[in-house]
Design a protein around this ligand. Structure first.
Ligand code: BDP
Length: 683
């Protein structure tokens, strides 16, 4: 297809000199998924090494040098000790193992999955190693994904638009129909499977009139077609559903979860959906949030609401992913006790233990909304009896909308490594997500994806790194940032050391740079309302949405302390509650998220808040200049299409970072009346 290949680029390489045979592949187990694995290996190897691997007849696989794909139950050479693999591997795990049989002089590479899905992931792992030009002698790799649900959420609408999408139109929908050409969807499934994604919700959490009909025979055949493409790559299909569907689709007078007609309607509906898609994943639900319908209308709780749907899906193994982005947007901004940051915890924590075991609460990483910096959601770890899934935002709604470079892996790693202290030290968020902390039945990580039908998928070519890195981290949250970064660069741009060095430095520096010229010290927002692009210090200050900075002529920040603020800090376990409550121990980067301070307050860095604002905003712009300098050295070392595309975005970022700098600095200069110590130009 016409799309950029992303990290599945498979540039042609020197001819193969490795220690095993790549021109033959054996695979006895046959399923749609193993067919995909075979196809991927044949394609990747032929692109890279110019040989199209021959598929062996099953009788030859044990007696010929080859890449041998298998599942653990098959008959394997006894030396491989497949019995211990069967123990060590989880359902999606795999082994890559070089094997030389001295008596027969056969050298093979075994890719063995616990299931065909593991086998597919193993094949992609092998392709990654080949693409990175690794030495593949004596391979013995055992991999298990750490997270059970490794999902993507699309915010695609059926008119083809994408809510918070910055890379073109939907790859699934156009003009209220499914797109006819599915080549792009297939390539997308390949990219997702290569990083271990196993569940995708294809439509926006804001379900409008048309998308409500996705669960009817009008569209179910199309959904089933997409599900078929995904299935061959080990991915389950999910749909976002409208809580008020029984009203809209069946003319029932109510959507009350305790009404028998409503419950019966959903049961029939589930049965109908599964008749089209036997392995349908389940529903994603945004209820009672930002104008969406939900159980509140009927004075029912979110446990009532989600359990009713869960009952309907249970006989088929489906799950309900219920979002916790619920806050009362009509709060009175003069009453700081109604702090929006408190909302999810106040609302959901008391319901712990009331949810069915096929309900999962989906919680955004922070209590506000995917800001460049905010505290982590105190709900993580706070609900031992309720399945939880962590939600990230890959699409850069508040982090430059894929026109600015902002590599989010460092941010996500900080969040995953955050210690909640829920069960004492060592209760990191990654252990909540992996189910290790509370042995949840279902848990994992999901994210709002950043792709559209732009040629390069993500608008900014370097934003592909966020997509890739999200998948890799979701597979294994302990992977080092440097490893993820270099894997992506080598696969995407080849192994030229200069490119590797420049691009990794750019990626690594980009989040701090973005943070420094936008809203300071964790206070967040300061963006233009609605589209959220560009600076507007008071854009949301007087709205009802609960997103304030409280800047006046004396100071700035949101007092979320127990002592005399909103009391939000008490939602954390004591170690974190104390750390954030006290000005002495609250980290600088979150100071204004937790405290209201005078502009002359001295940070741990030794600077006053106001001087910090001025300095970081000048430094941020210089940071973008450095990004441009680094990138410009790569001219001629990267194809000109990708070189130019990124350069144009960087130049736009530079101009826009100056706008941010000038607006923020001017605003605070005027509010505070305090001059810049270095006397730089502030308008
Ligand atoms: C906010 C977005 C909005 C989404 C909402 C959500 O601005 O478009 O609908 O989150 O997550 O970040 O439901």
């Amino acid at each position: 297809s016409a799309a950029d290949r992303g990290w599945l680029r498979y540039e042609s390489m020197a001819s193969w000199q490795g220690s095993f045979e790549i021109s033959k592949i054996g695979c006895m187990e046959r399923s749609h998924i193993t067919e995909s694995a075979l196809r991927e290996l044949q394609y990747g190897i032929s692109e890279m090494f110019g040989v199209l691997p021959e598929l062996l007849d099953s009788s030859d696989t044990l007696t010929t040098d080859c890449i041998r794909l298998a599942v653990v139950q098959e008959e394997l050479p006894p030396e491989l000790d497949a019995a211990s693999w069967a123990q060590e591997l989880n359902e999606e795990g795999y082994v890559l193992k070089s094997f030389s049989d001295n008596s027969t002089a056969i050298h093979s590479l075994y890719v063995v999955g616990k299931t065909d899905k593991g086998l597919l992931y193993g094949a992609f792992h092998l392709l990654r190693l080949l693409q990175m030009g690794e030495e593949l002698r004596d391979l013995h790799i055992i991999e298990n994904p750490k997270n059970q649900l490794r999902m993507m959420n699309h915010w695609d609408n059926m008119d083809g638009s994408i809510e918070r999408g910055y890379a073109g139109r939907s790859i699934f929908f156009k003009d209220h129909q499914f797109v006819q050409d599915d080549a792009r969807i297939r390539d997308y499934a390949r990219l997702m499977a290569s990083i271990g994604i196993n569940g995708i919700a294809i439509n926006n959490v804001n379900v409008h009139e048309v998308e409500t009909r996705l669960i009817t025979p009008e569209f179910l055949p199309d959904v089933a077609k997409v599900a078929g493409i995904f299935r061959a790559y080990g991915i389950k299909t999910f749909l976002s559903v409208n809580y008020a569907s029984p009203i809209q689709l069946a003319g029932i007078a109510t959507a009350d979860p305790l009404d028998e007609k409503v419950a019966a309607w959903w049961k029939d509906k589930a049965q109908e959906i599964y008749s089209y898609i036997p392995d349908f994943g389940g529903f994603v639900v945004k209820a009672d949030s930002e104008g969406r319908p939900g159980p509140f209308t009927y004075n029912r709780t979110h446990a009532d609401g989600s359990n009713m749907l869960a009952d309907a899906l249970e006989p088929f193994g489906g799950i309900v992913i219920w979002r916790c982005f619920v806050y009362n947007c009509l709060q009175d901004w003069r009453d700081r006790k109604t702090d929006r940051a408190r909302a999810a915890y106040d609302h959901f924590k008391p319901l712990d233990g009331q949810f069915k075991d096929n309900v999962i609460l989906q919680i955004k990483n922070g209590p506000m909304d995917f800001q460049v910096r905010e505290g982590v959601s105190p709900l993580f770890g706070a609900m031992p009896h309720t399945n939880q899934v962590l939600e990230f935002q890959i699409t850069q709604e508040y982090t430059g909308q894929q026109r600015h470079l902002c590599y989010l892996i460092p941010q996500w790693k900080e969040i995953l490594d955050f210690d909640t202290y829920a069960k004492g030290a060592g209760s990191e968020i990654k252990k909540v997500a992996s189910g290790e902390l509370y042995s949840y039945k279902y848990s994992g990580i999901t994210a709002v994806i950043n792709v559209g039908d732009d040629h390069n998928w993500t608008g900014h070519t370097l934003a592909q790194a966020n997509l890739y890195g999200y998948g890799r981290l979701t597979w294994n949250p302990d992977l080092a940032e440097e490893q993820i970064t270099s894997e992506w660069i080598k696969q995407t741009f080849g192994s030229n050391p200069e490119v590797l060095e420049a691009v990794s430095t750019m990626l690594q520096d980009s989040w701090p740079i973005y943070e420094s010229y936008t809203s300071p010290l964790g206070v967040g927002w300061m963006v233009n309302p609605d589209h959220h692009y560009g600076p507007n210090v008071d854009g949301y200050e007087y709205s009802r949405w609960g997103t304030y900075h409280f800047a006046d002529c004396h100071g700035i920040g949101v007092n979320r302390t127990v002592k005399n603020g909103t009391g939000y800090t008490a939602q954390y376990f004591p170690e974190n509650a104390h750390k954030y409550e006290s000005l002495e121990t609250c980290p600088d980067e979150l100071l204004l998220f937790f405290h209201h301070v005078p502009y002359t307050h001295v940070l741990k860095s030794g600077k006053t808040v106001i001087q910090h604002i001025y300095d970081t905003h000048f430094e941020g712009v210089e940071g973008v200049e450095t990004l441009i300098r680094r990138w410009s050295k790569l001219e001629g070392q990267i194809d000109s299409e990708r070189y130019q595309g990124v350069m144009e975005r960087l130049e736009g970022q530079l101009a826009h970072s100056k706008e941010w700098r000038d607006i923020i600095n001017t605003y605070f200069y005027r509010k505070s009346g305090i001059s810049d110590e270095l006397d730089r130009t502030i308008y």
